[in-house]
Design a protein around this ligand. Structure first.
Ligand SMILES: Cc1ncc(COP(=O)(O)O)c(C=O)c1O
Length: 322
Protein backbone atom coordinates (compact mmCIF):
# COMPACT_ATOMS: atom_id res chain seq x y z
CA UNK A 1 0.00 0.00 0.00
CA UNK A 2 2.79 2.41 0.95
CA UNK A 3 4.69 1.86 -2.32
CA UNK A 4 1.49 2.52 -4.26
CA UNK A 5 1.06 5.84 -2.45
CA UNK A 6 4.67 6.93 -3.01
CA UNK A 7 4.05 6.33 -6.70
CA UNK A 8 1.51 9.20 -6.54
CA UNK A 9 4.60 11.36 -7.05
CA UNK A 10 6.05 9.60 -10.09
CA UNK A 11 9.16 11.76 -10.44
CA UNK A 12 10.57 10.66 -7.09
CA UNK A 13 13.13 7.97 -7.75
CA UNK A 14 14.48 5.98 -4.90
CA UNK A 15 17.68 4.02 -5.09
CA UNK A 16 18.41 2.92 -1.55
CA UNK A 17 18.65 -0.75 -0.77
CA UNK A 18 16.88 -1.94 2.41
CA UNK A 19 18.96 -1.98 5.57
CA UNK A 20 19.14 -4.95 7.91
CA UNK A 21 17.02 -5.55 10.98
CA UNK A 22 18.12 -8.15 13.52
CA UNK A 23 17.81 -9.08 17.16
CA UNK A 24 20.36 -7.71 19.64
CA UNK A 25 20.86 -10.97 21.50
CA UNK A 26 23.03 -9.84 24.39
CA UNK A 27 21.21 -6.55 25.04
CA UNK A 28 17.90 -8.41 24.89
CA UNK A 29 19.13 -10.90 27.48
CA UNK A 30 20.38 -8.16 29.80
CA UNK A 31 16.99 -6.44 29.73
CA UNK A 32 14.91 -9.61 29.53
CA UNK A 33 13.06 -8.19 26.50
CA UNK A 34 13.31 -8.78 22.74
CA UNK A 35 15.17 -5.80 21.30
CA UNK A 36 15.83 -5.55 17.57
CA UNK A 37 17.83 -2.96 15.69
CA UNK A 38 17.30 -1.40 12.27
CA UNK A 39 20.83 -0.59 11.12
CA UNK A 40 20.22 2.73 9.39
CA UNK A 41 23.75 3.70 10.44
CA UNK A 42 24.66 1.45 7.53
CA UNK A 43 22.58 3.08 4.79
CA UNK A 44 25.77 2.82 2.86
CA UNK A 45 26.49 6.26 1.43
CA UNK A 46 29.11 8.62 2.88
CA UNK A 47 29.00 6.70 6.18
CA UNK A 48 25.19 6.53 6.08
CA UNK A 49 22.59 7.40 8.67
CA UNK A 50 18.94 8.46 8.52
CA UNK A 51 19.78 11.45 6.34
CA UNK A 52 20.72 9.17 3.46
CA UNK A 53 17.10 8.02 3.29
CA UNK A 54 15.82 11.59 3.19
CA UNK A 55 18.38 12.77 0.65
CA UNK A 56 17.67 9.75 -1.51
CA UNK A 57 14.32 11.43 -2.30
CA UNK A 58 15.38 15.07 -1.88
CA UNK A 59 18.14 14.83 -4.48
CA UNK A 60 15.79 13.07 -6.88
CA UNK A 61 13.33 15.94 -6.43
CA UNK A 62 16.13 18.51 -6.91
CA UNK A 63 17.21 16.89 -10.18
CA UNK A 64 13.62 16.79 -11.37
CA UNK A 65 13.39 20.54 -10.77
CA UNK A 66 16.53 21.06 -12.85
CA UNK A 67 18.60 22.23 -9.87
CA UNK A 68 22.37 22.33 -10.17
CA UNK A 69 23.04 23.57 -6.64
CA UNK A 70 22.08 22.13 -3.25
CA UNK A 71 21.83 24.44 -0.26
CA UNK A 72 21.72 22.89 3.21
CA UNK A 73 21.88 24.21 6.77
CA UNK A 74 22.88 22.62 10.06
CA UNK A 75 25.28 22.69 12.96
CA UNK A 76 29.03 22.59 12.25
CA UNK A 77 28.92 18.84 12.88
CA UNK A 78 25.67 18.25 10.98
CA UNK A 79 25.18 14.71 9.71
CA UNK A 80 22.65 15.97 7.18
CA UNK A 81 25.11 18.49 5.72
CA UNK A 82 27.80 15.80 5.40
CA UNK A 83 25.55 13.54 3.35
CA UNK A 84 24.17 16.45 1.30
CA UNK A 85 27.78 17.38 0.46
CA UNK A 86 28.47 13.81 -0.66
CA UNK A 87 25.33 13.59 -2.82
CA UNK A 88 26.17 16.88 -4.48
CA UNK A 89 29.72 15.75 -5.25
CA UNK A 90 28.54 12.48 -6.77
CA UNK A 91 25.71 14.11 -8.74
CA UNK A 92 27.98 16.92 -10.04
CA UNK A 93 25.95 19.53 -8.21
CA UNK A 94 27.46 22.41 -6.29
CA UNK A 95 26.78 22.22 -2.57
CA UNK A 96 26.56 25.22 -0.28
CA UNK A 97 26.40 24.64 3.45
CA UNK A 98 25.48 27.23 6.05
CA UNK A 99 26.84 25.91 9.32
CA UNK A 100 25.95 27.25 12.72
CA UNK A 101 28.90 27.44 15.12
CA UNK A 102 32.59 28.12 15.10
CA UNK A 103 34.87 27.23 12.21
CA UNK A 104 37.25 24.53 13.45
CA UNK A 105 40.96 25.24 12.87
CA UNK A 106 41.58 21.56 12.31
CA UNK A 107 38.30 20.18 10.90
CA UNK A 108 37.17 16.90 12.42
CA UNK A 109 34.29 14.45 12.04
CA UNK A 110 31.52 15.59 9.69
CA UNK A 111 33.19 18.92 8.93
CA UNK A 112 36.33 17.17 7.73
CA UNK A 113 34.13 15.20 5.33
CA UNK A 114 32.28 18.34 4.16
CA UNK A 115 35.64 19.67 2.98
CA UNK A 116 36.58 16.33 1.45
CA UNK A 117 33.37 16.45 -0.62
CA UNK A 118 34.36 20.01 -1.70
CA UNK A 119 31.29 21.75 -0.30
CA UNK A 120 31.33 25.55 -0.18
CA UNK A 121 30.93 26.42 3.47
CA UNK A 122 29.84 29.57 5.26
CA UNK A 123 29.38 29.97 8.99
CA UNK A 124 26.87 31.76 11.18
CA UNK A 125 26.88 32.61 14.88
CA UNK A 126 23.10 32.27 15.00
CA UNK A 127 21.82 29.32 16.93
CA UNK A 128 18.09 29.96 16.53
CA UNK A 129 16.59 27.83 13.79
CA UNK A 130 14.44 30.66 12.39
CA UNK A 131 17.48 32.97 12.07
CA UNK A 132 19.58 30.31 10.40
CA UNK A 133 16.74 29.60 7.95
CA UNK A 134 16.40 33.29 7.06
CA UNK A 135 20.16 33.54 6.50
CA UNK A 136 19.98 30.56 4.19
CA UNK A 137 17.13 32.22 2.24
CA UNK A 138 19.47 35.22 1.73
CA UNK A 139 22.19 32.87 0.41
CA UNK A 140 19.64 31.23 -1.90
CA UNK A 141 18.71 34.65 -3.34
CA UNK A 142 22.38 35.50 -3.90
CA UNK A 143 23.07 32.19 -5.64
CA UNK A 144 20.00 32.66 -7.83
CA UNK A 145 21.22 36.13 -8.83
CA UNK A 146 24.44 34.42 -9.93
CA UNK A 147 22.33 32.22 -12.21
CA UNK A 148 22.36 29.03 -10.12
CA UNK A 149 19.35 26.75 -9.95
CA UNK A 150 19.12 26.21 -6.24
CA UNK A 151 17.39 23.48 -4.23
CA UNK A 152 17.28 24.75 -0.66
CA UNK A 153 16.67 22.29 2.14
CA UNK A 154 15.71 23.16 5.73
CA UNK A 155 17.32 21.82 8.89
CA UNK A 156 17.56 18.03 8.77
CA UNK A 157 15.93 17.82 5.33
CA UNK A 158 12.56 17.58 7.03
CA UNK A 159 10.23 18.47 4.17
CA UNK A 160 7.41 16.26 2.83
CA UNK A 161 9.86 14.89 0.23
CA UNK A 162 12.45 14.06 2.92
CA UNK A 163 9.79 12.51 5.16
CA UNK A 164 8.96 10.02 2.39
CA UNK A 165 12.39 8.47 3.06
CA UNK A 166 11.07 7.24 6.39
CA UNK A 167 7.69 6.30 5.04
CA UNK A 168 9.66 3.97 2.82
CA UNK A 169 11.74 2.76 5.80
CA UNK A 170 8.51 2.00 7.65
CA UNK A 171 7.47 -0.17 4.72
CA UNK A 172 10.74 -2.10 5.14
CA UNK A 173 9.84 -2.65 8.80
CA UNK A 174 6.43 -4.03 7.81
CA UNK A 175 8.08 -6.35 5.27
CA UNK A 176 10.46 -7.60 7.96
CA UNK A 177 7.54 -8.26 10.32
CA UNK A 178 5.70 -10.20 7.65
CA UNK A 179 8.69 -12.22 6.51
CA UNK A 180 9.73 -13.14 10.04
CA UNK A 181 6.28 -13.56 11.51
CA UNK A 182 6.93 -11.02 14.22
CA UNK A 183 5.05 -7.97 15.42
CA UNK A 184 6.88 -5.07 17.02
CA UNK A 185 5.06 -3.38 19.90
CA UNK A 186 7.35 -0.38 20.09
CA UNK A 187 9.72 1.54 17.86
CA UNK A 188 12.23 3.86 19.52
CA UNK A 189 13.92 6.60 17.51
CA UNK A 190 15.94 9.78 18.12
CA UNK A 191 13.88 12.81 17.11
CA UNK A 192 15.34 16.21 16.21
CA UNK A 193 13.85 18.03 13.22
CA UNK A 194 11.10 15.40 13.38
CA UNK A 195 11.16 14.07 9.81
CA UNK A 196 12.33 10.57 10.68
CA UNK A 197 9.59 9.98 13.21
CA UNK A 198 7.02 11.76 10.99
CA UNK A 199 7.66 9.32 8.13
CA UNK A 200 7.00 6.34 10.38
CA UNK A 201 3.96 7.96 12.01
CA UNK A 202 2.57 8.55 8.52
CA UNK A 203 3.19 4.87 7.75
CA UNK A 204 1.27 3.95 10.89
CA UNK A 205 -1.59 6.24 9.86
CA UNK A 206 -1.75 4.73 6.37
CA UNK A 207 -1.58 1.08 7.40
CA UNK A 208 -3.26 1.10 10.81
CA UNK A 209 -0.14 -0.52 12.36
CA UNK A 210 -0.96 -0.61 16.06
CA UNK A 211 2.44 -0.38 17.78
CA UNK A 212 3.80 2.77 19.40
CA UNK A 213 6.50 4.93 17.79
CA UNK A 214 8.32 6.68 20.59
CA UNK A 215 10.47 9.66 19.68
CA UNK A 216 13.26 10.51 22.08
CA UNK A 217 13.77 14.23 21.68
CA UNK A 218 17.37 15.37 21.39
CA UNK A 219 16.63 19.06 21.85
CA UNK A 220 13.07 20.32 21.56
CA UNK A 221 10.55 20.19 24.37
CA UNK A 222 7.85 17.57 23.93
CA UNK A 223 5.05 20.00 23.07
CA UNK A 224 7.02 21.75 20.34
CA UNK A 225 8.34 18.49 18.85
CA UNK A 226 4.85 17.02 18.85
CA UNK A 227 3.51 19.98 16.84
CA UNK A 228 6.44 19.86 14.40
CA UNK A 229 5.90 16.14 13.74
CA UNK A 230 2.11 16.53 13.42
CA UNK A 231 2.55 19.30 10.80
CA UNK A 232 5.11 17.23 8.89
CA UNK A 233 2.78 14.22 8.82
CA UNK A 234 -0.16 16.32 7.60
CA UNK A 235 1.91 18.20 5.00
CA UNK A 236 3.40 14.97 3.68
CA UNK A 237 -0.05 13.36 3.42
CA UNK A 238 -1.21 16.40 1.47
CA UNK A 239 1.85 16.23 -0.79
CA UNK A 240 1.12 12.55 -1.45
CA UNK A 241 -2.54 13.41 -2.09
CA UNK A 242 -3.90 11.09 0.58
CA UNK A 243 -6.30 11.58 3.46
CA UNK A 244 -5.31 10.20 6.85
CA UNK A 245 -6.45 10.30 10.43
CA UNK A 246 -3.47 11.42 12.46
CA UNK A 247 -2.54 8.92 15.20
CA UNK A 248 -1.32 9.87 18.67
CA UNK A 249 2.23 11.18 18.42
CA UNK A 250 4.46 9.97 21.25
CA UNK A 251 7.55 11.92 22.18
CA UNK A 252 9.51 12.50 25.36
CA UNK A 253 12.03 15.21 26.21
CA UNK A 254 13.28 13.49 29.37
CA UNK A 255 16.59 12.29 27.96
CA UNK A 256 18.01 15.49 26.43
CA UNK A 257 20.17 16.38 29.43
CA UNK A 258 21.23 20.02 29.67
CA UNK A 259 20.59 20.85 26.03
CA UNK A 260 20.97 19.68 22.43
CA UNK A 261 24.45 18.27 21.90
CA UNK A 262 25.40 18.12 25.57
CA UNK A 263 26.45 14.62 26.52
CA UNK A 264 24.57 12.72 29.21
CA UNK A 265 25.88 9.99 31.49
CA UNK A 266 22.93 7.74 30.58
CA UNK A 267 23.67 8.32 26.89
CA UNK A 268 27.31 7.40 27.39
CA UNK A 269 26.33 4.26 29.31
CA UNK A 270 24.08 3.24 26.41
CA UNK A 271 26.95 3.82 23.96
CA UNK A 272 29.17 1.64 26.09
CA UNK A 273 26.53 -1.13 26.40
CA UNK A 274 25.88 -1.25 22.63
CA UNK A 275 29.60 -1.23 21.86
CA UNK A 276 30.66 -3.90 24.29
CA UNK A 277 27.68 -6.23 23.88
CA UNK A 278 26.86 -5.88 20.20
CA UNK A 279 29.80 -4.17 18.50
CA UNK A 280 27.45 -1.36 17.47
CA UNK A 281 28.66 2.22 17.78
CA UNK A 282 26.15 4.88 18.86
CA UNK A 283 26.79 8.60 19.31
CA UNK A 284 26.38 11.10 22.16
CA UNK A 285 24.03 13.54 20.41
CA UNK A 286 21.29 11.32 18.97
CA UNK A 287 21.38 7.55 19.19
CA UNK A 288 23.05 7.25 22.62
CA UNK A 289 20.28 9.41 24.11
CA UNK A 290 17.60 7.48 22.20
CA UNK A 291 18.99 4.17 23.46
CA UNK A 292 19.21 5.54 27.01
CA UNK A 293 15.53 6.48 26.77
CA UNK A 294 14.60 3.05 25.48
CA UNK A 295 16.53 1.33 28.29
CA UNK A 296 14.91 3.58 30.88
CA UNK A 297 11.44 2.73 29.54
CA UNK A 298 12.25 -0.97 29.92
CA UNK A 299 13.95 -0.73 33.33
CA UNK A 300 11.22 1.38 34.84
CA UNK A 301 8.34 -0.75 33.65
CA UNK A 302 6.99 1.88 31.24
CA UNK A 303 6.55 -0.95 28.73
CA UNK A 304 5.61 -4.58 29.26
CA UNK A 305 8.56 -7.03 29.63
CA UNK A 306 7.30 -9.39 26.93
CA UNK A 307 7.32 -6.53 24.39
CA UNK A 308 9.06 -6.71 21.04
CA UNK A 309 11.02 -3.53 20.53
CA UNK A 310 12.68 -2.08 17.45
CA UNK A 311 15.45 0.46 17.93
CA UNK A 312 16.21 2.57 14.86
CA UNK A 313 19.94 3.25 14.70
CA UNK A 314 19.85 6.55 12.82
CA UNK A 315 23.63 6.83 12.45
CA UNK A 316 25.63 9.89 13.51
CA UNK A 317 28.42 7.84 15.05
CA UNK A 318 31.09 9.91 13.29
CA UNK A 319 30.58 12.11 16.36
CA UNK A 320 32.80 9.68 18.27
CA UNK A 321 35.77 11.02 16.23
CA UNK A 322 35.15 14.74 16.75
C1 LIG B 1 22.16 10.60 13.71
C2 LIG B 1 20.86 11.26 13.75
N1 LIG B 1 19.84 10.62 14.36
C3 LIG B 1 18.61 11.19 14.45
C4 LIG B 1 18.37 12.45 13.95
C5 LIG B 1 17.02 13.01 14.07
O1 LIG B 1 16.33 12.92 12.86
P1 LIG B 1 15.23 13.99 12.51
O2 LIG B 1 15.93 15.29 12.35
O3 LIG B 1 14.63 13.49 11.25
O4 LIG B 1 14.27 14.02 13.64
C6 LIG B 1 19.40 13.15 13.31
C7 LIG B 1 19.18 14.51 12.78
O5 LIG B 1 20.06 15.28 12.57
C8 LIG B 1 20.68 12.54 13.20
O6 LIG B 1 21.71 13.15 12.60
Amino acid sequence: MIQQIIKNIPHLNHSMIPTSIYKLNKISKIHNTDIFCMRDDMTGFAFGGNKTRKLDYLVSDAKNQGANTLLAVGAVQSNFCRIAAAYGAVENMQVHLLLSGQKETIPSGNLLLDYLFKAKISYTNSTENSKIESESIAIEKKLKREGKKVYRMPMGGSTPVGVIGYLNAFDEILSYEKKNNIKFDYIFVASGSGGTQAGMVLGKAITGWDGDIIGISVGRNSGELNTVIKNLVLNTAEYLKIRIKIPDIKVTDKYIGKSYGEHTIAGFNAISAFATNEGIILDNVYTGKAASGMIDFIKNGKIETDSKILFIHTGGNIEIFE
